[in-house]
Design a protein around this ligand. Sequence first.
Ligand code: HEC
Ligand code: HEC
Ligand code: HEC
Ligand code: HEC
Ligand code: HEC
Ligand code: HEC
Ligand code: HEC
Ligand code: HEC
Ligand code: HEC
Ligand code: HEC
Ligand code: HEC
Length: 397
Amino acid sequence: MKSFFSVPVTLVACALLIGAAPLRAQSKSECLACHADAGLQDASGHSVSVDEHKFGASIHGSLECVNCHAAIKGYPHPDKVTPVKCDTCHTDEAQGLAGSVHSNAAEHPCTSCHGDAHQIYPKTDPKSAVYPLNIPRTCSACHADNGMAKKHGLAPVYPSYIDSIHGFALSKEGLLVAANCQSCHGSHHILSRKDPASPTNKVNVPATCGKCHAGITENYLGGVHGKAIASGNMKAPVCSDCHTAHAIEQPTADAFRMRSTPICGSCHTDKFSTYRDTFHSQLGSLGGYVETARCWDCHGAHDVLPASDPRSPIASGNLVTTCSRCHAGANASFVKYQPHANARNRTLNPALYFIRLFMNLLLASVLTFFVIHTVLWLIRSRVDQIRRKAVEGGKNA
Ligand code: HEC
Ligand code: HEC
Ligand code: HEC
Ligand code: HEC
Ligand code: HEC
Ligand code: HEC
Ligand code: HEC
Ligand code: HEC
Ligand code: HEC
Ligand code: HEC
Ligand code: HEC
């Protein structure tokens, strides 16, 4: 038994009041007769007071204390009190948690996300720790911490999330429908992205984003990348490969536009290098023009289709429309220009190949000529100098 005499005087009064029936399970008011005292402490000076009003206003306000504290029947309390098990009433949530990345019950008690056990509110109440606007802060109690992230080999995702389009919409605009951690990860049965059942596993990402972005996801699933993923080709991109998962930004922002060609280019390395040789790319790299054509201006971003598909913006029948978005008056001869012309490939682009060869030879011969010219000129001027000195020396003598 813990020391009885180290507690305040009010406690003694409480004990006398109810001490007559220590074995009967006490009612809430009997427990509160002692525990509502704001100064009530245990032997080690730790507060054991319960705010009666806050508890009363919480979702469990109508429960008896012993519904949760089943091991306590009255006072004095048993030496060892078994921890409260929320599982008795919330089996689904408890089972979900037990099979999740947060299954370690000592490290992740229910209260690690729901907050003070006596002040739990429904998820629709802005005071709740799991109200949509509060979820990122709740998860970030751990997931903003670099030490914890390093220990478990995880990225500290909170800082990137909170500056993302979703984090901004949620925290600055108070937009309840913006994606919070729970929208993409779930709440109790959270799984590692390596688990095929996880909503963040690569194959499930389109459906996860598609819960809200339904129209775009439909386009994506009809395109070459979506079809590839659906048929098990994991080399194709899903939403998070192009947009990231936590640092999602506005796609119309210049920063995203500037970064988007290397994103497509990270997989299509050959098309990327030919694109980089063209006017569109060179214009883009000169002073950061954002008006120039990036990959998706010609290919689309979500409903990307091969040239052989007549619906594709790069199908021969659609090129005039595609190019005229920026080149007013583009016609059939204008679109003969090849956006991926590969001057190094003699079979694919023979004309370009020989033009490039000729230009390179021309450049080389012009350079050689000027090098020889300069060297001869230097020799000549040196010889002149020596001669002049010799003549002047003769005069002075
Ligand atoms: C006579 C006063 C009194 C009554 C009545 C009382 N408690 Fe306590 N309780 C205490 C004190 C004092 C402590 C500090 C530790 C100790 O002395 O056991 C405490 C500690 C606790 C603890 C913390 C136990 C731990 O080891 O961390 C819980 C939980 C608790 N009480 C719940 C209840 C419940 C539930 C009731 C009603 C069924 C109740 N108490 C009735 C005085 C009381
Ligand atoms: C919904 C379940 C639930 C209800 C109802 C509940 N408690 Fe608790 N209580 C907990 C949990 C969870 C803890 C954290 C410790 C643990 O896991 O055992 C706790 C801790 C405590 C503690 C220890 C405080 C501390 O900081 O160590 C006391 C004292 C206590 N409760 C008293 C009460 C009293 C008195 C009532 C009734 C007015 C009550 N509880 C109702 C779940 C509950
Ligand atoms: C990793 C954080 C986390 C942990 C740990 C956690 N929860 Fe939750 N819980 C949440 C979130 C987030 C929500 C809100 C879900 C939503 O918005 O649909 C929630 C919602 C709930 C709900 C309401 C469910 C509904 O659909 O209305 C209950 C009940 C609940 N939790 C109980 C528990 C219990 C019991 C435990 C411990 C076994 C627990 N939670 C542990 C994060 C957590
Ligand atoms: C004795 C049964 C019981 C125990 C034990 C219990 N709860 Fe509850 N809980 C309830 C009831 C009843 C409700 C109200 C359900 C409702 O109104 O839909 C509730 C509601 C909740 C909600 C709000 C659900 C919502 O609508 O968003 C959360 C969160 C919750 N409990 C978490 C916990 C946690 C965490 C624990 C352990 C500390 C716990 N509960 C222990 C019975 C219990
Ligand atoms: C009490 C601290 C804590 C809280 C609160 C918490 N987590 Fe975690 N989380 C962890 C730890 C620790 C791990 C690593 C578990 C392991 O590897 O054993 C983890 C793992 C994860 C993972 C798995 C990463 C992977 O791929 O392996 C995800 C996803 C995750 N948490 C999301 C969340 C979300 C979403 C919330 C809020 C609803 C949340 N966490 C709340 C501590 C926490
Ligand atoms: C828009 C959807 C979305 C939102 C919102 C989101 N995540 Fe994620 N999260 C993902 C995806 C998808 C992954 C899989 C890894 C990847 O693609 O980067 C992931 C991975 C993780 C990981 C594992 C990181 C690692 O290094 O393996 C953790 C931890 C995590 N998220 C926690 C959170 C937390 C905490 C929040 C809220 C602050 C959050 N996530 C918000 C989609 C999301
Ligand atoms: C819970 C719903 C929800 C989920 C799930 C979700 N989003 Fe969003 N997303 C939104 C809302 C709402 C906005 C609008 C925010 C604003 O305009 O302020 C948004 C905005 C965006 C934007 C910016 C759009 C624009 O026109 O500026 C992109 C890009 C985006 N989300 C990508 C994703 C990706 C990728 C995923 C999955 C990894 C995802 N979203 C999951 C709700 C969601
Ligand atoms: C191959 C890369 C790529 C993939 C995969 C991808 N996106 Fe996009 N997304 C883009 C680009 C590039 C833009 C900018 C398009 C523009 O400005 O016209 C964009 C724009 C958006 C926008 C802003 C609205 C719009 O149409 O401009 C949203 C929302 C969005 N994407 C969500 C998603 C979702 C959800 C998925 C998965 C189903 C996804 N994206 C898959 C590259 C991609
Ligand atoms: C994560 C790697 C990856 C990224 C990023 C990516 N792609 Fe793809 N792409 C693929 C794969 C794999 C295929 C082949 C799919 C198939 O045919 O099954 C493909 C097919 C294509 C095709 C059809 C070519 C053909 O031969 O069928 C086009 C066009 C295309 N991608 C354009 C783009 C554009 C534009 C972007 C950026 C907006 C982009 N890709 C980003 C991997 C990627
Ligand atoms: C100015 C418009 C334009 C831009 C910008 C552009 N492309 Fe293309 N792309 C085309 C056209 C037209 C074709 C079909 C003719 C060809 O293969 O040269 C094509 C072909 C492709 C193909 C092969 C498609 C097939 O069905 O065989 C891929 C893959 C591709 N491009 C990827 C990219 C990537 C990645 C980028 C950005 C680094 C990019 N494109 C930039 C117009 C463009
Ligand atoms: C998103 C806008 C955009 C799209 C789409 C686009 N271009 Fe361009 N293109 C530009 C810009 C900007 C320049 C540089 C300014 C200029 O000269 O008009 C340029 C320059 C060019 C040039 C060299 C300069 C000139 O006007 O002769 C050619 C050739 C060209 N584009 C061909 C194409 C072809 C072919 C397509 C369609 C397959 C295409 N472009 C699609 C924006 C675009």
